[in-house]
Unconditional design. Structure first.
Length: 385
């Protein structure tokens, strides 16, 4: 395993995650500063996901012709451009544009970095890819606290100055890498075969279902929880600390799961974890106020730390059977996250205005129940097979 390359790619993912997760504590301030509705505030989160959506699958197929290393370097350049746009953003439309540009870069990064890590890790690929969840968790841990504290003291644009500098520095380090890894081109399967594999392969289906549950819960909560806390007079720094605490728990849960990925990659394990996630999501659905939201954040951090860490190991089982390549597997995961990032904040904001955020949390809990039952069915069918 090329440890230096793995570390650099992890850092690239980490910095990208800082830019994504760091926006959440700023949403209430954007709503107040630009006189936005809750739904318009959700669009700030959704546009990044839209960029990821339109980029992920094409990026997966581009790996037929472009190796993951140059694609990763290009993605880091696009992310740096989005940070620069956030620095000079004087208006709501410019912020929306910056988030769209970020989504294009981040979607490409996820696809290319997964292929590069798979190449650099060799036989350790399942553990290395599973550990990306912990990297994401560390980004979610530090991102909200960093942007919330810096924005509170120096202004809304200030957090993205540091992000731009670090992103450009990592771009240079990746550019001068001479390991020779990340230059393998992967033939992507035809779209018809890919759709068939998703529908018939229980492991690939489980990866998609787990991603649906976790992404819808978290990307909707990124809007609903800060808005609930903001109405209780929490400032951006306090909201950032709350999200960082939940992310710390997420990191611990995902890191422990990644270390035991070979033994825990079972349908029964993730079905149980998703059922527990549904129970925690019902807490803010039944109870209004900040304490219920905090209980949800802490509980969901543990359960999603387990399920998300196991998504790529489930996908790699399908890769080993030749059903899909690593870049396309990553692209499929990205597409689900992107769709959730579009639908979650917008629908969550609409529910919050129409019937209150408790209804929105109730819908999310119901979704988790459905996913838990579907994964449980996959457990039964896989044992029968």
């Amino acid at each position: 395993m090329r440890r230096r390359v793995v570390l650099l790619v992890y850092l690239a993912l980490f910095v990208g995650e800082l830019s994504w997760q760091g926006v959440a504590p700023l949403i209430p301030t954007y709503v107040e500063t630009f006189d936005l509705t809750d739904a318009a505030g959700g669009i700030v989160l959704s546009l990044a996901s839209f960029g990821i959506l339109v980029t992920s699958l094409p990026a997966g197929y581009i790996t037929r012709h472009v190796p993951p290393r140059p694609l990763t370097i290009l993605a880091m350049g696009v992310i740096a451009l989005s940070d620069l746009l956030m620095i000079v953003a004087p208006s709501y439309p410019t912020i929306v544009l910056a988030r769209l540009v970020f989504g294009v870069g981040f979607g490409t990064l996820w696809v290319s970095m997964a292929a590069w890590l798979d190449d650099a890790a060799g036989d350790d690929s399942p553990r290395v890819l599973a550990a990306t969840t912990a990297v994401v968790g560390v980004g979610a841990l530090l991102g909200p606290a960093y942007t919330g504290a810096v924005a509170e003291r120096f202004g809304l644009n200030a957090p993205f100055v540091g992000l731009a500098v670090v992103t450009l520095a990592l771009l240079v380090l990746l550019l001068v890498d001479r390991s020779g890894t990340g230059m393998r081109k992967d033939p992507a399967p035809p779209v018809r075969e890919l759709v068939s594999a998703v529908g018939r392969d229980w492991d690939l289906s489980t990866m998609i279902l787990l991603t649906v549950a976790a992404s819808m819960v978290w990307l909707t909560a990124d809007l609903l929880v800060p808005l609930r806390m903001g109405r209780a007079d929490w400032n951006a720094a306090q909201i950032g600390v709350a999200f960082s605490l939940s992310s710390l728990i997420f990191v611990a849960a995902s890191a422990l799961t990644a270390r035991r990925a070979d033994r825990l990659t079972r349908h029964s394990v993730v079905a149980l974890a998703t059922g527990v996630l549904a129970a925690f999501t019902m807490v803010p659905a039944l109870l209004a106020g900040v304490p219920a939201s905090v209980v949800f954040l802490l509980g969901a951090s543990v359960t999603t730390g387990v399920t998300i860490a196991l998504t790529f190991p489930f996908g790699l089982l399908a890769v080993e059977r030749g059903k899909v390549t690593v870049p396309v597997m990553s692209a499929l995961s990205n597409i689900v996250w992107a769709l959730s990032g579009i639908l979650g904040p917008v629908m969550g904001g609409a529910f919050a205005e129409w019937a209150g955020d408790q209804v929105a949390f109730g819908v999310l809990a119901g979704l988790c129940v459905v996913v838990a039952l579907a994964v449980g069915r996959a457990h039964v069918r896989s044992r029968a097979d």
